[in-house]
Design a protein around this ligand. Structure first.
Ligand SMILES: Cc1cc2nc3c(=O)[nH]c(=O)nc-3n(C[C@H](O)[C@H](O)[C@H](O)COP(=O)(O)OP(=O)(O)OC[C@H]3O[C@@H](n4cnc5c(N)ncnc54)[C@H](O)[C@@H]3O)c2cc1C
Ligand code: FES
Length: 307
């Protein structure tokens, strides 16, 4: 958890007590965060309404942790003034960063319409990503809904590659259950399959893979003994989906983490636009609210409430 400066908000003249005191706590952005321009290197379609935007930042980054994000803003004229948050999707050896973007409004449209050679603004890397995997041999099941898959690619890649401190994870221990309403919303699924792990597609309309949602696919795998019962769950996608995953984790007493996609204003802990309620008994419980941008976006399920 980041360091915080705690004090009564200078804006507050009432006696609102502990809520004001705690909500006004300032959390600093990570020390490696910087604001810079990045050149668009390529842009290609993905799924029915997405793009993969590849950019070369003016200053290259070292290895970035999976699950962290950047605030991105496209062309000055067509983009909204406030940058939008996007998970890092892939990091190339030559300094190129890739983002998997579902086009839903003006910010994502402006990014999707960027041309090769143009520059975008990027602030990051921000937030805390997925936790280190303990070396206990417990399989990891990632449950992604639609564009929620974006932060899982680099997590899988890093787990498979290992580091100086951590041995590589056996591909047989890694599973991705990837769901969407329909086939076209399983963005870049072939890239995940190329990693050599078990990828289980599922769609609400049955157009690809298992006919049903990710939780039904998980339960079906347990029923058929295709997965051991004691697994670790990571999830990212629409909140109703993540709530269902958390419920399964609670019912079966499984460790569970999720990555939240809240609305964000600043991305660096200033605006309080990304507040999430904490769980009293969790590790953030001494604060009534956490800031998704600096305390997350990845949280242990026992630490914050999904509303
Ligand atoms: C940490 C983080 C990582 C993210 N990673 C990705 C990613 O890798 N790829 C990706 O495509 N998107 C990602 N998102 C979501 C992305 O930031 C939003 O889709 C984007 O801000 C939309 O901007 P816009 O201007 O295009 O649309 P807006 O005009 O801002 O929104 C269009 C519509 O979508 C709704 N909407 C916008 N943002 C959200 C949200 N967070 N939750 C629910 N509804 C929303 C709005 O209410 C509106 O109805 C991430 C969000 C967070 C917080
Ligand atoms: S405090 Fe501004 S987005 Fe989190």
């Amino acid at each position: 958890m980041p360091n915080r400066l705690v004090g009564i908000s200078p804006m507050c003249s009432s006696e609102c007590g502990s809520f004001c005191l705690q909500f006004s706590s300032m959390a600093a952005p990570p020390p490696d965060t910087r604001s810079q321009r990045a050149k668009v290197v390529s842009i290609r379609p993905s799924g029915s309404d997405g793009v993969v935007l590849s950019v070369r930042p003016s200053t290259a980054f070292g290895r970035l942790d999976a699950g962290r994000f950047f605030m991105l803003r496209g062309d000055e004229e067509s983009s909204p003034a406030i940058p939008r948050p996007f998970s890092l999707y892939r990091q190339g050896d030559s300094g190129i960063l890739e983002f998997l973007i579902k086009v839903i409004g003006p910010g994502t449209e402006a990014l999707a319409e960027s041309r090769v050679g143009e520059e975008i603004v990027m602030i990051g890397p921000l937030g805390h990503g997925w936790p280190e995997l303990p070396q206990d041999g417990k399989p990891l099941v990632m449950l992604a809904g639609g564009i929620g898959s974006a932060s899982f690619y680099i997590a899988l890649q890093q787990a498979l590659a290992g580091t100086d401190q951590r041995p590589a994870v056996d591909p047989g221990q890694l599973h991705l259950i990837y769901g969407g309403r329909t086939k076209g919303l399983l963005y870049d699924i072939e890239k995940f399959e190329e990693l050599g792990i078990a990828v289980i597609p599922c769609t609400d309309d049955g157009s690809s893979g298992f006919h049903g949602n990710v939780v039904q696919a998980l339960e079906d795998h347990w029923r058929q003994s295709l997965l051991p019962s004691d697994v670790r769950l990571w999830t990212c996608g629409p909140e109703p989906m993540m709530r269902a995953v958390v419920k399964v984790a609670e019912d079966r007493d499984l460790q569970c983490w999720f990555s939240l996609e809240t609305y964000m204003g600043c991305g660096v802990g200033i605006c309080n636009g990304c507040a999430v309620l904490t769980c009293k008994e969790g590790s953030l419980g001494s604060w009534p609210v956490a800031k998704c941008c600096v305390d997350g976006p990845v949280f242990a399920a026992r630490d914050v409430q999904l509303t």
